[in-house]
Design a protein around this ligand. Sequence first.
Ligand code: SAM
Length: 313
Amino acid sequence: MNEQLLKYFICPVCLPVEIPLDCQVEEAQNNDIINGTLSCSNCHAAYPIEEGIAFLEPTGKQPVSPKQNKYEQEEVVASYLWSHYGDLLNDPDWSDAYPRWSAQIQPASGLGIDLGAAVGRFTFELAGKCDFAVGIDNSTAFIRTARDLMREKKTQILLKDEGHIHRRETVELPESWPQSNMEFIVADALHLPFRTYTASITSSLNLIDKLPHPLLHLQEMNRVCKKQGAQFLLSDPFSWSEEAALAEEWLGGREEGEFSGSGLDSVQKIFTTGSHGITPAWREEDKSHVWWKIRTHRNHFELIRSCYFKGKR
Ligand SMILES: C[S@@+](CC[C@H](N)C(=O)[O-])C[C@H]1O[C@@H](n2cnc3c(N)ncnc32)[C@H](O)[C@@H]1O
């Protein structure tokens, strides 16, 4: 874990009280902490750093099986590698969603945080736009893959063609892509281990409908953003499901109540009116959609209309 991140960290368990974390380093290579422990002097929680990965979920490091979380499965990792880096494989079926989202972000000084980063494409995009970018995700398999790719600048991808037939390809990052001003950590998008008012950019792509408390997610993103000179990008298909969140938690997809209608309209309203503690209010810069694609196998793709709101304050 890049030690530059230490100054931003707080204990996710003690929120809303902000307690900086102490770091005990056991092994480091230059500014990369390979093994160590982050700890809170208030609640005494300990967050391990293992093989360069910091585990900052409020529950600490919990073993999660691929059965419990599909984002830990090898096939799903391969699917997301294709979705994020298919352009580098010159695949004509790839959708250009990530460059389109990236075009929404203006260069800025300071920290960028990509929530639900998966295998990291948008974190690379942010690292090209700000001083330091961090991708967070609660899937260890995703974060390990993203971090290895950042360090090695290449990774193998086992693409499923059909049934048991797979094809091995290599994703190789262009030399010009960032490397030293970025990091990936395991953390929870609902309890961000970052100080209030620190980030210049936050992004949440295709994540909010996967969370049990979508409004808390918005409040957490708002909390870590600077009061002035901050950008916010949220994009989602708003595929609300009771598997992820109780219907009363949804921010759209309901006939009645405060959040009736579309999730995108609710996000826009909450941000631009400064309601539900999302203050100071944000200015809308754009509201539209991109077509995002996930590949299951050679003949099977998911085409998703991901609707975004871009705000600034
Ligand atoms: C549908 S994927 C989208 C990934 C990526 N943002 C993209 O658009 O390609 C949702 C991601 O959110 C992550 N995720 C789900 N719940 C999370 C949580 N509570 N905290 C952090 N990440 C979470 C998943 O592991 C997965 O990487």
